[in-house]
Each structure stands twice: as C-alpha cells, then as structure tokens.
Design a protein around this ligand. Sequence first.
Ligand code: NAD
Length: 284
Amino acid sequence: MMAIIDGKALAAATKAEAAQKVQALREKGVVPCLAVVLVGENPASQVYVRGKVNDCAECGIESRSIHMAETATQDEVLAQVRALAADASVHGILVQLPLPAQINEKAVINAIPPEKDVDGFSPVNVGRMQIGEPCYLPCTPAGCIRMIESTGTDICGKNAVVIGRSNIVGKPAAMLLLEKNATVTICHSKTKNLREICAAADILVAAVGRAGFVTGDMVKPGAVVIDVGINRGADGKLHGDVDFAAAAEKAAFITPVPGGVGPMTRAMLMLNTVQAAARQNGLA
Ligand code: NAD
C-alpha cells in the first residue's frame, strides 16, 4: 500500500514545534527575529519572501523584510547585510536568491556571519555540516530527512540515491543521508546507468529540475520517493521531477508536488531561526 507523505501536515507540525520554542524564548525575554533581504522585482522571489514573512508571523517570530531596488549596487547590498549582521536584535539573515546580475552572490552570502546564516549556504556552515559540527542545516535537504523519517523508515544501512548535485539540494541531501548511515549514491548529468542505479534505491531523492524525469521503471518496489523538483509546466501548474502516478504504483511512500518538500522547506527555516535566536542568547 502506497502512502503519500503529506508535506503540508508535516510542515504545520514543524511550525507548531517552532512556535512552542518561540514561546519558551519569549518567556526568557528573547524575541526571535528573521531579516529577509530582497533585491529587485523577481516575481517568484517576491512570492517566496511573502511566504517567509507569513510563516514568521504564524510562529511568533518577528520579521524584517528589506526590499532593495533592482539597481542597488554591490556596496549597498553588502552595507545592508553588514548592518543586519551587527544588529543584535536580528538572529537570522536570509538574502533571497537570485540576485541581480551586477551583484556578486558569493560576496553577499559570505557577508552573513555563520551564526546568522539560517539558510546554511555560507562556506563555514557547509564545512561544519560536512564534519558533523553544530551548524544550520540547509532547509530543503533537512526537510527531506524529516519527511523520510516521518514514514518510520530507518535510514541506517539503506541504499539512498540522490539525483542532482547542486550545492543547495543534491550535495547536502547526500551528506545528511550519509550522516544517517545510508549508503549513498549521487547521480548527475554525467552518470551512466542512471536508471539501474535508481531502481536499486530504497530511498530516492530527485532534485533535477526536469518534470517527470523519474519514471516508474526507476522506482524500486517499496521505495521512499522524495520529489524536490518544482517545475512550471506549459499548463501553468507545478510539476515535480517524478512521474507521480507511475512512481506511486511502486513506492511505499512518496511526496506530492505541490504540497510536499516545498512547505517543509519553509517550515525548516523557522526552526533554524529559532535555533539561531537561542544560540545567540546562550540558551541552546
Ligand atoms: P540545479 O539546476 O542547480 O541542479 C540540478 C542537478 O540535476 C544538477 O546537479 C545536474 O547534474 C542534475 N541533472 C541535470 N540533468 C540531469 C540528467 N539528465 N540526469 C541526471 N542528473 C541531471 O537545481 P537545484 O537548485 O538543485 O534544484 C533542483 C530542483 O529542485 C528544481 O526543480 C528546483 O526548482 C527544485 N527546488 C525545490 C526546492 C523546494 O523547496 N522544494 C528547493 C530548491 C530547489
């Protein structure tokens, strides 16, 4: 019997967990605060930022939304990030990507101090994750792990296959699965025998960015399938990387798109922000 992993319900539970922690911090006089910096008018980015601000409100986290002009210079953006870095009432800083072409994304991300890097994208956080030290886990892969564990699946010793090797999803997802003692294979655009490798996966994480990339024959019977892909189809609807109907016939558990990894990613950001506030006040 296949079961759908309900990302919305899990996200709601995760946000409730964050809200409880916020309450405990507020009782100690700490009000967690997330600053979100948006540069320019990218419509998708505007939607994401609004979502994050709403999530904060839902969890009792304060938010500061800073909207800079499309024409903002590198120095202006850096100055803004540095001001937030120096502001003790701000615990998490998130710069919404992508940034306009005149701005060096790396330089901006590097200006976020590691203790406020709630996206977990800065080199120090990535390094800490790699060696298993306390850090902020990148929200999408950390959400994937929660979703897998929500099924009662013990990741230890399982064959896990991640399709995609981006710095924000594929690589950290593989690393977190390894941390949980899975035997991990990373597939990418140059991988040979991708079908066979995927078909042997007990846990399959698809982060490719191509609608319907994972077909039914690539899914092992009884597998846990996590679909990270968000692809806007010609029909205007969102589609995952997995052919859901075909995969659902084989999988034991599968995430839908929409309503799967997306909401969970947002919820994980709330947990990271709460953690940041606790750590910066010596309460974690
Ligand atoms: P990316 O483009 O940076 O990386 C895609 C990866 O897929 C690359 O590593 C590439 O090697 C691999 N790939 C491409 N073509 C392939 C092929 N034919 N065979 C095997 N591998 C191939 O993308 P990303 O940022 O990692 O995002 C992946 C998808 O996840 C996108 O659809 C994106 O929108 C989505 N996404 C969703 C969330 C969420 O919250 N749900 C968050 C981030 C990204």
